[in-house]
Design a protein around this ligand. Sequence first.
Ligand code: PA5
Length: 452
Amino acid sequence: MQRMKVDFNYAMDAFVKGGLDDSALEKYREKSRMGLSRLLKLVDDGTAGFVNLPKQDTSDIKKFAKRLNGKFNDLILVGIGGSALGIETLCTALLPHGYNARSFAERGAFPRVWLADNVDPCKISAILDECNPEDTYIVVITKSGSTVETAANFNVIFEWLDKGTKDPKTHICAVTDPEDGTLRKIADNSGFATFSVPKNVGGRFSVLSPVGLLPAALLGMDIDKLLEGAGSITADKYEKIITLASIYMYFMDNGRNINVMMPYSSRLASMADWFCQLWGESLGKQFDINGNEVLFGTTPIKAVCVIDQHSQVQLFKEGPQDKIVTFIEVNKHERDKKIIAEYEDYKYLEGHSLGELFNIELLATEAALKNTGKPSMKISIDSIDEQTVGALFMLFQYIIPVVGLACDIDPFDQPGVEEGKNYAYGMLDKDGYADMKKKYEEIFVKRDDFIV
Ligand code: PA5
């Protein structure tokens, strides 16, 4: 059974003025094939490890999760960026809405889950208010081992744990580099449980490594099914990858500077956030691989429908011709509800269901955008489960590097994140960053008459 379909009708000139004609599609397909072959070379030489993650042995993760099941009421995940967004996507897609409000028994003896990502004191304090240290397990995730936000949140949470438990180290697992980095050193010296992020898997490409799999297993998700879904993106799906990458590239070259990810499902809301990071951090680059200044990239936007039909769709339909929209359609919504119309004025809803309305509204929005010449594509999945979520992760993890590599962009680095990070280290007086503090003080000049 085909669990995923890609429909690009309304990206084509046959339906939307300014869309691709056959020759443009073939030209960009050629370019995408080149990007894909560059990616596959990086897979073969071991540089791009994410493609091989579906083949990993998950037995240690499953054993570990089984051992912990029923032992803790709360799980706090500490991490940010690629060490948080994938897990958040899994939780939003695969745990029921309001999961934390369920009782321990209703949760199948799996813990409630809290994500300590932002260094927002209100958020971190509120998480700690909810939890009891003796009954809480912490998974701290950082590939580099040194990310300042994760370090800060971990220190705050460690102090809380240390004060409230007999043996804090038995409440902590670190997911980090196999050998290097601050957290690896601390974890090994302190006797924390650890799992490793493979060296050749970058942060935002790591959801299918222990970064996502360990929390997923601790929450009772079927991680083998997740990998099975991801592993279904093989050579027979290259046509989908090449087509989507081609259309994205065509519209990037034709003034569509905004890439809207629009799932028709609240369960895929965080998938749109995850996509935005993968797109933005992988493709937004000042220089190409040859050192030429290119200021490459387009801006990803999350729009969750139907909520955003009452917010951003007005702009998408009637505003500038600067966007390409990717809908995600879910054919079968679980726990669907038939509508019983109590009042005469609502009779038109009688007999329809919420899921049906959801999908009708997607068709209506596709038509409305098409009608003002706004291009869109649609990825349809038959339902939301571990397999389809795994497949979506892998699909986008292919497409985005294919776009980058086809355009001579390195999709696996993020030099732009470093500068701000180093100024922050300087201001925190971290050893070795005195020069950055000085540079920051030279750059950060403002005039009082420009402040009102
Ligand atoms: O993709 C990336 O490398 C980043 O988004 C990282 O995931 C993010 O900065 C967090 O890094 P780390 O996992 O090293 O704490």
